[in-house]
Ligand binder design. Structure first.
Ligand code: G6P
Ligand code: MG
Length: 218
């Protein structure tokens, strides 16, 4: 079956909002007096807001209302940071690849667990390059469940076997593999090594080269 579409994760793939998520969690952790390092933040990559908070709390328990307040506080910090996002913040190679995909008659969708994904792609100026958006509101079961990517593929009218997922998170790679997608992992092998193809980033990524490296074309 040939590839007819691409599904892109957002944070850490199309833009470096992964850094803003980290800073927002770090600010919250500092306020709570909980140690939280960049290394620990790696485990939060691709993980929804609530699960991320529970990981950050490291077993500390709080009433439901407090958990909600903490999630809202983190999100308000995150919103403060992303207010500055502009088209300059699209990571190198991402806009070119999206344009190439569209010019080749293939489809492109977003598959992000973030509830802020629409705002971010609007600020980046790439909403018009995406045929469909699956975000933090689209499905109940989040990555590593395959649901979000299956939903994105359905929005594109494509089968998983016809789509390539581009992901920077271990949970996202796992989700895509579970859904039967071909996967391009962005980042170090220790994190995304289970993907079919691993790239450090999208800089210089050309559509023809990527397609040629995928297993079904080997
Ligand atoms: C993405 C990011 C995670 C983030 C999640 C939810 O998956 O990689 O770091 O926790 O989205 O984002 P949100 O903006 O809804 O809190
Ligand atoms: Mg990501």
């Amino acid at each position: 079956m040939s590839i007819k579409g691409f599904i892109f994760d957002l944070d850490g793939v199309l833009t470096d909002t992964a850094e803003y998520h980290y800073r927002a969690w770090k600010r919250l952790a500092d306020e709570l007096g909980i140690p939280f390092t960049r290394e620990e933040n790696e485990a939060l990559r691709g993980i929804p807001r609530r699960e991320s908070l529970l990981l950050l709390l490291k077993g500390r328990t709080f009433p439901e209302a407090t958990l909600n307040e903490l999630m809202e506080r983190k999100n308000s910090y995150y919103l403060e940071y992303i207010r500055e996002i502009s088209p300059r913040d699209v990571l190198p190679g991402a806009r070119e690849l999206l344009s190439e995909i569209r010019a080749a008659g293939l489809k492109a969708a977003l598959g992000s667990a973030s509830k802020n994904a629409r705002e971010v792609i609007e600020r980046l100026g790439i909403a018009g390059l995406l045929d469909a958006v699956a975000d933090g509101y689209s499905v109940t079961r989040q990555k590593p469940a395959p649901d979000l990517f299956l939903h994105a593929a359905a929005l594109l009218g494509l089968a998983p076997a016809e789509c390539v997922v581009v992901e920077d998170a271990a949970a996202g790679v796992e989700a895509a593999l579970a859904g039967g997608f071909t996967v391009i992992g962005i980042g170090p092998h220790e994190r995304v090594g289970k993907a079919h193809v691993v790239l450090p980033n999208l800089a210089g990524a050309r559509l023809a080269d990527l397609l040629a490296r995928l297993p079904m074309h080997a």
